[in-house]
Design a protein around this ligand. Structure first.
Ligand code: SF4
Ligand code: SF3
Length: 547
């Protein structure tokens, strides 16, 4: 195996024997083969696109396959074996359609033509040199190919959530196919790949806009909300991950059962949506960011549902009460199957299971405040603009992104604490758990930490910046008093970053370390063109940002 797609990659260079995330070498290789097969499918599908042929079910298939390979989403070897087999069936289907249309398929690449029959064949192929990341020898080309792949993975995750709510924008999966196919083309130069990277960012914006539309149309605009972080005395289910549709169906199916529902980690922002407030068994949020799950799931006592990443290898003490659904999976966890047609998922098993389990142990009490997505912030715009004009707010700090287990991430807590009292933090994603319980106070009633929502709601932060640019009549988004100090961990943060770059945001600082997959030359392109930087220490960084 060789994997360097996330921030916690071994030694800051790459996981080679087992993932720091807990991914086995076998699953890492299967994920590589999954991507390899999707590239082959994409090569064929772009031929179909060229002649305006639509292949039914293909968008969903590719999006799900990409999502399964995101860090901490799926560790289940059986699911990957099955999905790779399905990929080859899909590939044959497309091939057949193209041949019927007399498309020339005489020169297919290995991506589009390799064959495997048994599980052993699949494992053998997944181990071969041409499949993995290191098969691209030139480090700059490899770096760009992977940067694009990870961006597309993040885009796929966001697209899948929108799609689950019945929202589509065909242009997005079409771009994914194009990008996956183009990065297999050895004739592409560094410059062409840089261009494709920027295009990936543009489509990232479209994917986040689509998801925003899907979420707000379906569930209303997030609004200022005090979220309970304590517990009640009923058996319960803890929902983690990012998929709101899953949460909604679970809330409906738990009505009248005596089972409460809580959010964990990235599901916290669900509490901000008006549509979920009507469920009186929806209690609030339990715990913190994903990496604390070992400890927190143990204490929760009830059943746990993962709708997406981030899963970490479980402890024996709770592993029999965890369920996955959608693209997520873990060997030994029970998996709740997909929707069939318009029918909702069947959550009866997890609900029955929860009834038999003890009530949650309280680990915190009180409330946290959030719900500052674009509409809510626009509603407060007068107040915010006034505070900026009279100097009560000197600067905004976008501190969106991911949290992670590395000690070095204490930086973000210390940074938030050390910021002057006339600054406001704009956040989204699980990065917020580093400072959302610090009670940093408010400025004229505006909380100093404004949480827009999940990582995909970083889109809201971009809209807010664009709105302020308009109000202050500026020519460039970079003239605003906004600094970007973003924490990253997995591939959704990659698409958020590429999206911000495509919107023209400059001088983004990325930490706690720069991605291992950026070669020195590619990193230089990002530094020279976009002023990308990383973090040093709290004191000098604050000084730098405020200068
Ligand atoms: Fe390592 Fe991250 Fe890849 Fe897991 S996802 S194997 S921790 S680089
Ligand atoms: Fe967090 Fe995994 Fe990225 Fe959606 S839940 S932000 S790390």
């Amino acid at each position: 195996m060789f994997c360097f797609q996330c921030q916690e990659t071994s030694k800051g260079t790459g996981c080679t024997r087992v993932g720091v995330c807990g991914k086995t070498s076998e699953v890492a290789n299967l994920q590589d083969l999954m991507i390899y097969a999707l590239k082959g499918i994409s090569q064929l599908a772009t031929k179909a696109d060229e002649i305006g042929l639509e292949i039914e079910g293909l968008d969903r298939f590719i999006v799900d396959g990409l999502f399964m390979t995101i860090t901490n989403a799926n560790f289940d070897r059986e699911r990957f074996l099955e999905k790779i087999r399905e990929a080859l069936v899909k590939r044959e289907e497309i091939e057949k359609i193209l041949l019927e249309k007399n498309v020339d398929l005489s020169n297919l690449s290995d991506y589009a033509s390799f064959r495997v029959n048994t599980d052993d064949d699949i494992i053998y192929k997944s181990n071969s040199e041409e499949v993995g990341v290191l098969s691209t020898k030139d480090e700059d080309i490899r770096s760009l190919r992977e940067l694009i792949t990870y961006g597309v993975k993040g885009m796929a995750a966001y697209y899948e959530h929108a799609h689950n709510l019945g929202f589509e924008n065909k242009e997005i999966p079409k771009f994914m196919r194009k990008a996956l196919s183009m990065i297999t083309d050895d004739s592409l130069t560094v410059d062409e790949l840089v261009k494709l990277t920027l295009e990936t960012g543009e489509h990232g914006v479209k994917a986040m806009a689509l998801l925003d539309e899907a979420n707000t149309t379906t569930y209303g605009n997030p609004e200022i909300t005090e979220v309970n972080i304590g517990v009640r005395n009923n058996p319960a289910i803890l929902v983690s991950g990012h998929d709101l549709k899953d949460l909604e169906e679970l809330l409906i199916q738990t009505q009248g059962t005596g089972v409460d529902v809580y959010t964990h980690s990235e599901m916290l922002p669900a509490n901000y949506y008006p549509a979920f407030k009507k469920y009186d068994n929806f209690v609030g949020n339990y715990g913190n960011a994903w990496w604390k799950q070992n400890e927190e799931f143990e204490k929760f006592n009830g059943a746990i549902l993962f709708t997406t990443n981030c899963i970490i290898p479980p402890k024996e003490s709770y592993k029999d009460r965890v369920y996955t659904t959608g693209s997520s999976g873990y060997p030994g966890f029970k998996h709740i199957p997909d929707r069939k047609g318009d029918n909702p998922k069947d959550f009866s098993e997890i609900i029955e299971h929860a009834k038999r389990l003890p009530v949650p142990t309280e680990i915190e009490t009180g409330k946290i405040v959030g719900g500052f997505a674009h509409a809510q912030v626009f509603a407060l715009a007068d107040k915010i603009v006034e505070a900026v004009k009279n100097g009560d707010i000197k600067k905004f700090f976008v501190m969106a992104g991911c949290d992670g287990r590395m000690k070095s991430r204490n930086y973000y807590t210390e940074f938030a604490q050390a910021l002057p009292k006339d600054t406001v933090i704009l956040t989204a994603g699980c990065a917020k758990y580093r400072y959302n319980k610090l009670n940093l106070g408010d400025i004229n009633g505006i909380p100093r930490v404004l949480d827009a929502g999940q990582c995909n709601d970083s889109y809201s932060l971009a809209l807010i910046a664009l709105k302020l640019k308009e109000i202050f009549e500026l020519n460039d988004i970079n003239e605003l008093p906004i600094a970007y100090n973003i924490a990253w961990y997995e591939q959704k943060a990659v698409i958020v970053l590429l999206s911000l770059l495509s919107l023209g945001v400059k001088n983004i600082h990325l930490g706690p370390t720069l991605p291992a997959f950026l070669s020195p030359n590619v990193a230089k392109v990002l530094v020279d063109n976009f002023g990308i930087g990383t973090i040093k220490d709290v004191e000098s960084d604050i000084e730098y940002f405020l200068a």
